[in-house]
Design a protein around this ligand. Structure first.
Ligand code: 9MR
Length: 333
């Protein structure tokens, strides 16, 4: 937090309600200036049933941030991806006038969530992952079927209306590795369309789950720079919203692996921090035992992944040093 703040960058992490043991929270208190709930603001937690809103898990995270003087990001108002919608929403019948009813529902949902958290959420991932990486098009969901592109516009407009002071962000996981070309193209097209239609949006959240595509050593620096240049050329602020390093391509040996993770991170962060438009940097968890990657892509050798700055015993790793070094080297914004 301190090294980042010296450069005008806000540093923090995701936190989930299930992992709030004291030793872990001590790390967050020592290192973070901003917290984002890993899952607790998602529609499948808040709205498990129609017209029933459960803010208790989210309130736990928001309370931790407030009690410790940390800022709070919100993730996410419209995760436009069917895998992460509750069943009832997936099968929703928007009736005889689906566009009108879908818009009513979306606005009402965003109003409830934004007004519940009020000004505490200073930055919202309004829309998350709406681009299909395979096609580059907007994903097919109940909202897209009823409203087409308008569901994206409506989400941002409602967020502006009900969270008027918050930074509004589009967040996605396209990465600099080989295999992401179509995804990047689709996201750029979306960012262009949002600007062309004057949709209220301030920032572009680059999740930064690096190594996740199994091509950790195949970063496409030139293409990536062109991609980021295009986004900042359209006057988007940049955020790293979910940083971690998937080590599934690296050898078993811990020292070799940690060095590989640290080197990949330094390379990536040096490039990213060279953009002064980037002023937030959040890790997707601070210790390996709480990383989603353990379940998502278990390693072939069955040893736990080591994707975060601290190990499972809460000892700092070379990745923490790499982050610190990148922050020290970053130009001031
Ligand atoms: O880390 C999150 C994991 O605990 C959840 O099970 C999963 C589904 O809600 O979401 C994970 O977080 C994702 C984030 O919300 C959006 N970008 C990708 C993240 C990793 O999958």
């Amino acid at each position: 937090r301190t090294l980042a703040a010296e450069k005008g960058i806000l540093f923090g992490s995701a936190l989930s309600a299930g992992t709030m043991e004291p030793a872990y929270l001590d790390i967050l208190k020592a290192e973070c200036g901003v917290i984002v709930p890993e899952n607790e603001f998602k529609v499948y937690v808040i709205a498990t049933q129609p017209d029933r809103y459960n803010f208790a898990p989210g309130d736990t995270i928001a309370g931790f941030a407030r009690d410790n003087g940390m800022k709070l990001r919100g993730h996410t108002l419209l995760w436009n991806k069917v895998e992460f919608m509750p069943k009832w929403l997936l099968n929703i019948d928007f009736g005889a006038n689906p566009a009108r009813e879908a818009e009513r529902y979306l606005r009402d949902y965003i109003k409830r969530v934004c007004t519940h958290y009020g000004d505490q959420v200073f930055s919202w991932d309004v829309v998350n992952e709406t681009i299909d990486p395979q096609t580059g098009d907007i994903r097919d969901t109940p909202f897209t079927r009823a409203l087409g592109f308008d569901c994206i516009r409506i989400a941002f407009e409602a967020a502006r209306e009900y969270a008027p002071k918050a930074q509004l962000v589009y967040n996605d996981y396209m990465s600099w590795e080989r295999g992401n070309e179509t995804h990047r193209k689709g996201v750029l097209k979306l960012l262009e369309t949002l600007r062309a239609k004057n949709v209220p949006i301030d920032g572009f959240g680059i999740q930064s789950h690096i190594g996740n595509d199994g091509h950790i050593k195949e970063a496409q620096h030139e293409q990536w720079r062109a991609f980021i240049d295009a986004a900042v050329g359209m006057d988007y602020k940049l955020l790293i919203t979910e940083f971690d390093v998937n080590d599934k391509d690296l050898p078993t040996d811990t020292a070799v692996r940690d060095a590989g993770v640290a080197a990949a991170a330094k390379d990536y962060l040096d490039l990213m921090f060279s953009y002064k438009q980037l002023d937030q940097f959040l890790c997707w968890g601070m210790s390996d035992n709480h990383s989603w990657l353990q379940g998502w892509t278990p390693r072939a050798d069955k040893t736990p992944q080591r994707p975060t700055p601290y190990d499972a015993q809460y000892r700092p790793k070379p990745l923490r040093e790499a982050i610190a070094a990148a922050l020290k080297a970053a130009p001031k914004r």
